[in-house]
Design a protein around this ligand. Structure first.
Ligand code: AHR
Length: 643
């Protein structure tokens, strides 16, 4: 037991000459779910809110009940929008008259049955529509923005449309261009605009030059500057923050969202590939419209781009348990299995397979790095086992090298890996640092697919991060059985905090890395190749303990890597004893994350209250004293000269 009561002097003893099990390279990954506008208005760089005008589309069988959406199984979710053209407004000046409305006549296609109809009776000096984006559009002076929109008129009628990037009230114009002769049947138009000035809260305007009627659909504006310049791409600052974690894997699309509010509302990957005008959006389980522009292909591309394996969660033939699951009849589960097989063929299949050919057509000839499939999320029902077997047999038959992950341990069914989730307060995390010490080594491997210290910790303070660090040291110590982990949720827009603690928070211009982010980055970057037996003396029970420590060996660099959490509110000087080590370098590298106030938090306004500091300290030999700041995570990297 590697713990110590706060008042006692401490010694950390490492048996350097008794290396234990290997620490898998898969241990630290990330979990993405469309929650808190993580993707829509966040990671996904689309700037137009409600670009497809489908926001009022309900999951099958659901109804609006005042400000709520109610499913047939009586689950209620918030209704996030205020009117049927949410995000859009009619704009007029100089005596212009006209209106906008949602229209379902002559739709663009079956997946986009609604469009916006703009009728201008009197053009005045300006008449048209504007979209303010997700809490304002961020324009940066000198940068380019690429606009595409679909438009039609009632017949042969043609209009000129002026498109502009402007201030929220329209008084300042940063860029504009005229698209001439818009009209006739549905057609896609493209315009590029360079902002001559910056505005963090601007809007897009489309105005007409005379009286008439025009229909718009899939109006899309992307900054030219996106992560790795991928089209239909990602906001570079958020994507880079994720890439900086160097995650071994990315789990997507969730979370509860994989199940959905009901079966119709589950994530349906086929709606999320191909040209954006052909995609079908979803009123997602977290109560807001998702265009599915950030879809199956983009998730896989992101994994590949950041060198991570993809972990895809499929629907198991029923919707989310917690939200009064709707079950597919037993004879229809095969359709859900086929849906999963088709997804895998898209990701991994040869170019001459049906779905592999689609991947090629969408610009990716080679297979994607999809390595894991989790069948469902947090499913606890009895049906799960029966469905799991159907999915597992079919997937294994075609893709024997994939690792399948189960939500439960199943009686009489061999399972390679199970997903354990943990949310709680700091006390529960500190005491769970030994949770896997006695885990069954003969059973399935464990993936801690969601964890976060999210209770009694403000919006995610230093105490939360240290509690997670102590817990993660426990996972690493047991990484012969716990082979993967991912914090959840990952991302949160400042204006839609559906879940309090999240790893990164952002608004339209800024991203803040919470202290939990720094903990994961430090632990992942300092993942050793093998663990070393580590004990804190004197020993104590987990409850009320102050120190948690774990050492390992980085065999490539020949370094002893020692990680220590000091959760007490006081500086602690500890004796570090490295038994059986070779000759050591005179200096060790020390990376420390700490703050005197354990309730301190990073925020958008003050993003660097808690950041790691990298220094070096002199060490006197295999036994030395080291001061651990109050409320800290410390990583010591000590080079062994002759091994
Ligand atoms: O991480 C947020 C939610 O918490 C996930 O969607 C769900 O799996 C869990 O209950």
């Amino acid at each position: 037991m590697v713990v110590l009561h706060a008042a006692e002097p401490a010694r950390i003893v490492v048996d350097v000459d008794k290396p234990g099990h290997a620490v898998p390279a898969t241990l630290y990954g990330i979990f993405f779910e469309e929650i808190n506008h993580a993707g829509e208005g966040g990671l996904y760089a689309e700037m137009v809110l409600n670009r497809d005008f489908e926001m009022t589309t309900l999951p099958k069988g659901a109804k609006w009940a005042g400000n709520l959406l109610r499913t047939a199984d009586d689950w209620q979710e918030r209704k996030w929008f205020g009117n049927e053209l949410w995000g859009w407004q009619f704009i007029a000046d100089g005596g212009a008259r006209g209106s906008i409305r949602l229209d379902d006549r002559e739709p663009l296609n079956g997946r986009n049955p609604h469009s916006l109809r703009l009728t201008v009776r009197e053009p005045g000096t300006l008449a048209g529509v504007a979209n303010g984006g997700f809490w304002g559009m961020n324009f940066v002076a000198g940068r380019w923005y690429d606009l595409t929109f679909q438009a039609r008129t009632g017949g042969a009628d043609r209009l000129d449309i002026t498109v502009a990037l402007e201030s929220a009230n329209g008084r300042e114009r940063y860029a504009n261009a005229v698209v001439r002769d818009v009209g006739g049947a549905w057609k896609e138009y493209h315009v590029s605009l360079q902002a001559k000035a910056g505005d963090r809260c601007g809007r897009l305007a489309l105005t007409v030059n005379r009286a008439g009627t025009v229909w718009f659909d899939v109006v899309s504006l992307f900054p030219r500057d996106m992560f790795l310049n991928r089209p239909n791409g990602l906001r570079p600052d958020i994507a880079q923050a994720l890439a900086d974690l160097k995650p071994a894997f990315v789990r997507f699309p969730g979370g509860a969202i994989a199940g959905g509010l009901n079966l119709d509302n589950r994530i349906q990957w086929k709606n999320s590939v191909g040209p954006i005008a052909q995609r079908k959006g979803t009123m997602n389980l977290w109560g807001y419209w998702t265009s599915n522009g950030l879809g199956f292909h983009e998730y896989l591309q992101f994994c590949e781009d950041i060198g991570a394996a993809a972990l895809w969660v499929c629907n198991p033939g029923f919707s989310d348990n917690y939200r009064h699951a709707e079950f597919a009849p037993a004879d229809q589960v095969k359709d859900f299995v086929q849906e999963a097989l088709d997804a895998l063929e898209y990701a991994l299949g040869p170019a001459d397979s049906k779905w592999g050919a689609q991947r090629v057509a969408n610009g990716h000839p080679a297979p994607f790095p999809l390595r894991y499939v989790e069948i469902g999320n947090e499913a606890s029902s009895k049906v799960y086992g029966t469905n799991y077997v159907q999915f597992a047999e079919a997937i294994h038959a075609k893709y024997p090298s994939l690792t399948l992950i189960s939500n439960q341990r199943l009686k009489d069914v061999p399972v390679a890996m199970v997903d354990d989730h943990k949310y709680g307060n700091p006390a529960s995390f500190f005491s769970a640092h030994d949770r896997y010490d006695n885990a069954d080594r003969t059973g399935p491997k464990i993936y801690v697919g969601e964890y976060a210290c999210s209770r009694e910790v403000g919006e995610g303070n230093l105490t939360a991060a240290l509690a997670e660090a102590a817990y993660l040291l426990g996972l690493e110590r047991n990484s012969d059985v716990v082979v993967m982990s991912s914090y959840a949720p990952l991302l949160c827009h400042e204006n839609d905090v559906a879940w309090m603690s999240n790893m990164l928070r952002f608004d339209n211009t800024r991203v803040v890395r919470r202290s939990s982010y720094h903990v994961q980055r430090m632990l992942a970057a300092n993942r050793p190749d093998v663990v070393l037996p580590t004990r804190v003396e004197p020993d104590a029970a987990p409850k009320d303990c102050a120190l948690f420590a774990l050492a390992g060996l980085d065999q490539k660099s020949n370094e002893i890597v020692l990680k220590i959490v000091n959760r007490s509110n006081a500086l602690r000087t500890v004796a570090i004893q490295l038994d059986g080590c070779r000759s050591l370098a005179k200096n060790a590298r020390v990376i420390t994350l700490h703050h005197d106030d354990p309730t301190a938090e990073n925020s958008l306004g003050d993003p660097e209250v808690i950041v790691p500091h990298d220094t070096s300290v002199a060490i006197s030999g295999s036994e030395f004293q080291h001061p651990l700041p109050a409320n800290s995570l410390t990583v010591l990297r000590i080079f062994q000269k002759d091994r």
